[in-house]
Write a protein that binds this ligand. Structure first.
Ligand SMILES: [Zn+2]
Length: 281
């Protein structure tokens, strides 16, 4: 049986994953599907239609298996590699996952269905769920590649401060996410590449070539016109709906972030540099 090829984009919130999903999804062999796990929360597709009316998702959206795509583990279960997964119950609560094999089957069926429907070779999923990526990467039927996008922790935290005013909580989340990634890299056999958001926005073509090279594909100049493709990303940042193809770094935090937070997050940036200056580029 042919393996199902999926690129999982991993990273914290506000790390540039939506941009990367749009860029990769504009390759002729790839299908960017966005943050598909959050499909129900943001029921509008980048094609401009509500999911129920989009010609790509309308049949799939109503399928019950889409509701079972999400799962996660508590931090200690993740650290020790325990299989105690939790899955969604209703909108805001979680319950233990009883049938792991059925969950895996549902996910395989989901990817296979959209692969067949789109005729593309690789699916790009930017849900950024480390637990699901690890679980599915262990399946023989899957060929998983992890693209980890890293952004300066100060910029990420500033994005959250503006939106939710909970700076410390998100600085903590940012740091724990990178601890989880470090463990995942040690445990998985999936391919892995790291991308710095700041590099991607400064030299998008160069960074895309590097990623595509790791995947065994050629860069296509049309990828830079990523808005003109017939995209069907769901979930994710509202920049999905912008019209411009100009790629520009959001440096708002440098001017507007209070000094005390800048000093505090310098510490997080230091951790990032020391943790990720390991030559794996
Ligand atoms: Zn659509």
């Amino acid at each position: 049986m042919d393996q199902i090829r999926v690129i999982f984009i991993l990273g914290t919130g506000h790390c540039g994953s939506t941009l990367l999903d749009l860029l990769l999804g504009s390759h002729s062999k790839m299908l960017g599907i966005g943050e598909v796990e959050r499909m129900e929360q943001t029921p509008k597709c980048t094609c401009g239609y509500a999911l129920r009316h989009c010609n790509f998702w309308s049949e799939l959206y109503l399928e019950s298996f889409l509701r079972s795509l999400r799962l996660f583990r508590k931090p200690l279960d993740f650290i020790f590699g325990n299989q105690n997964y939790l899955t969604r119950r209703g909108k805001h609560s979680w319950k233990p996952l009883k049938d792991r094999q059925q969950f895996i089957k549902d996910n395989l069926l989901f990817y296979k269905t959209i692969c067949n429907k789109s005729g593309k070779e690789i699916i790009v999923d930017s849900s950024k769920n480390i637990d699901r990526a690890e679980l599915l990467a262990a399946e023989e039927a899957m060929d998983v590649f992890l693209v980890h996008i890293v952004r300066d922790g100060r910029a990420v935290t500033w994005s959250y401060m503006k939106k939710y005013n909970k700076a410390l909580f998100y600085a903590y989340s940012w740091l724990t996410y990178y601890i989880k990634i470090t463990l995942l890299k040690k445990r998985t056999t999936a391919g892995y590449i790291r991308v710095e958001y700041e590099d991607l926005v400064k030299k998008p073509e160069l960074e895309l070539k590097r990623i595509l090279n790791a995947l065994g594909y050629e860069f296509e100049p049309s990828m830079m016109e990523f808005r003109s493709q017939n995209n069907h990303q769901v979930g994710g940042n509202d920049m999905r709906f912008h019209k411009t193809v100009e790629i520009r770094e959001d440096r708002d935090w440098i001017e507007r972030m209070p000094l005390r937070y800048k000093i505090l997050f310098k510490f997080f940036a230091f951790l990032k540099k020391s943790r990720y200056s390991d030559g794996k580029r």
